[in-house]
Design a binder for this molecule. Structure first.
Ligand code: ADP
Ligand code: MG
Ligand code: ZN
Length: 540
């Protein structure tokens, strides 16, 4: 008889199924094998836009397409000997010139060693910029996630920290650490951190151009901060900000997602006024909504003093203070603007709550989220289309009280309608992975549709932010079945891959806990992580 683990509804799991077809970054594998007519056209257009490319490269295929760039595979005869494979990153012509120059400077100054991608050439014609990098063939994270051996996971994390240590030494905050930006060639055991398109500098960054990027953002955040002081004492955070100077929209993956959460979203209008918007809710979302527990959260900036002469109603505490509602006074306040680039599910709590002083610690949080995926076999782990949803999801793993406590240390106060306990990371990962630690057998941990929804929240849709924390839809049915017959992996290593998973050492969860430290000031650094006992027999 097969052992099945029924998942209790009061214990939130990962926020995605092990293999979610909606969650693919860039182009899918099967699309790379033949050239689509659209790809052919794009290649022709690129030759036209930057004709000098044609003198050097044969552009073969498109290997990545995002909102801000397209990446192509090309070959070139750069030196005597065999042709080299090159990745050509064509940046969208509307990118800010400083942004482009800063991305390039990160690659040239910090890149080329310690698993940080380097650069070979850069081409420009008019507003078209193409960065030529060594090509690293890599796996799709989702495809290999469930077939990685525990040792491979250790090596992956070690090499990620090596790259992060390198860039952090240069005062680079990557801001978009996630699997599709950390290339992994499993066969060659090669790794490369790519995509400095969102990078920012620390106050003492060694990347000159990042100082400019940083000061621009800070100026923006300063002006906005001033306006809070005038506007009032309490700022309610909203979902995706409509205004992000010098920053790319972080919703690359969420754009593709066909469903949205039922919630009221507040957007900032041109004149700084807040516009209330009702998001569309489709059928799927409605269905899911009935099964999900809802946690209502609100974030306020603490300790901001109201000044007289404000256009905002003069009241230090308003109708909604310390409630889970947002009153009309608060709806008229401006949003706080702080750097908040990145991908929602990988954002640290201080990014989600728009803390203006963000450090390299935000990349360590993102690395923690990757580690959580590797240990639990779930990717993406947090599936959120906006910041407050992401924050609510973090709370269900790390605990609401703990999150609120940590946010206080960086000047944010979070109001949460329900108290949710912190989860034991080992238990959580083992349950999601579907491995029964006693038998080492994969188990199916499917959510029972009849389970009672333990937390049901009375929420006023008119006035409050409704956060829905989706529960795991299913687990334990990844690509690799982990038995001798049912291996679905390209890598025929399933038999050995079980190795290590039945006895994951406590050090793994200790490191995970230190990466997912809600307080950025005490969160482990990349340098410290490399010295963590989890990596005891590994050398730099
Ligand atoms: P974007 O800003 O659009 O996300 P990235 O720099 O992350 O651009 O590149 C997008 C994708 O292109 C990556 O996820 C990766 O699959 C591929 N890619 C980028 N650089 C390289 C490279 N040097 N070698 C191989 N593939 C690359
Ligand atoms: Mg990228
Ligand atoms: Zn209020």
């Amino acid at each position: 008889m097969e052992a099945t683990v029924g998942v209790q509804m009061d214990q939130p799991l990962a926020f995605s199924s092990p293999r979610d077809p909606l969650q693919t970054d860039g182009l899918k594998k099967h699309e790379q094998n033949f050239k689509l007519p659209g790809v052919k056209k794009d290649i022709e257009k690129l030759y036209e836009a930057v004709p000098q490319l044609g003198n050097v490269f044969k552009i073969k295929d498109k290997i990545g397409e995002g909102t801000f760039s397209s990446v192509y595979l090309a070959t070139a005869q750069l030196q005597v000997g065999p042709e080299e494979k090159i990745a050509l990153k064509h940046l969208i012509p509307t990118s800010h010139p400083i942004r482009i120059a800063a991305e390039l400077q990160c690659l040239t100054v910090a890149g080329g060693q310690d698993n940080v991608m380097g650069v070979k050439y850069c081409f420009r014609k008019n507003d078209h910029v193409v960065i030529a990098m060594p090509y690293l063939e890599h796996e799709s994270f989702l495809d290999i996630l469930n077939s990685l051996s525990f040792q491979e996971v250790r090596e992956y994390m070690f090499n990620l920290f090596k790259a992060l240590k390198r860039i952090h030494q240069f005062g680079i905050v990557h801001r978009d650490v996630k699997p599709s930006n950390f290339l992994y060639n499993r066969r060659l055991k090669k790794y490369a951190l790519v995509d400095f398109g969102l990078a920012q500098g620390t106050h003492d960054t060694k990347i000159e151009l990042l100082k400019f990027v940083q000061s621009e953002t800070q100026q923006e955040s300063c002006t906005q901060n001033k306006s809070h002081v005038i506007m009032g004492n309490k700022i309610s955070l909203s979902g995706p900000a409509s205004k992000e100077l010098d920053q790319r929209s972080p919703t690359k993956t969420s754009v593709k997602r066909p469903y949205t959460n039922a919630q009221i979203q507040i957007k900032q209008g041109k004149d700084g006024k807040l516009i209330k918007q009702s998001k569309t809710v489709d059928v799927l979302s409605r269905k899911l909504a009935t099964k999900k527990k809802t946690v209502s959260t609100k974030v306020i900036t603490s300790g901001v003093v109201r000044k007289t002469g404000s256009s905002c109603p003069a009241a230090l505490t308003c109708d909604c203070y310390a409630t889970d509602k947002v009153c009309s006074i608060c709806l008229s306040r401006r949003q706080q603007v702080a750097p908040r680039a990145g991908t929602p599910g990988f954002r640290a709590p201080e990014v989600l709550t728009k803390c203006p002083n963000q450090t390299t610690a935000i990349d360590m949080w993102s690395a923690g989220v990757i580690f959580l995926s590797l240990l639990s076999g779930r990717y993406p782990f947090y599936k959120a289309s906006d910041d407050l949803t992401a924050l609510a999801q973090i709370m269900t793993i790390r605990g609401s009280r703990e999150t609120i406590q940590a946010a206080k240390t960086f000047g944010k106060s979070i109001l949460c309608s329900k108290e949710v306990p912190a989860q034991d990371l080992r238990k959580l990962c083992e349950r999601l992975r579907g491995i029964d630690s006693h038998t080492s057998k994969p188990t199916s941990a499917t959510q029972s549709p009849t389970s009672p929804d333990k937390i049901s929240e009375k929420t006023d849709h008119e006035t409050s932010y409704l956060i829905q924390t989706p529960l795991a839809e299913s687990s334990g049915n990844g690509l690799c079945k982990r038995d001798s017959n049912g291996c679905g992996s390209l890598f025929d290593e399933c038999a050995t891959n079980l190795e290590g998973w039945d006895e994951v050492p406590d050090e793994a969860y200790d490191l995970l806990d230190k990466l997912l430290d809600l307080n950025p000031a005490s969160r482990i650094t990349a340098e410290e992580a490399l010295l963590h006992p989890f990596f005891k027999d590994m050398s730099l």
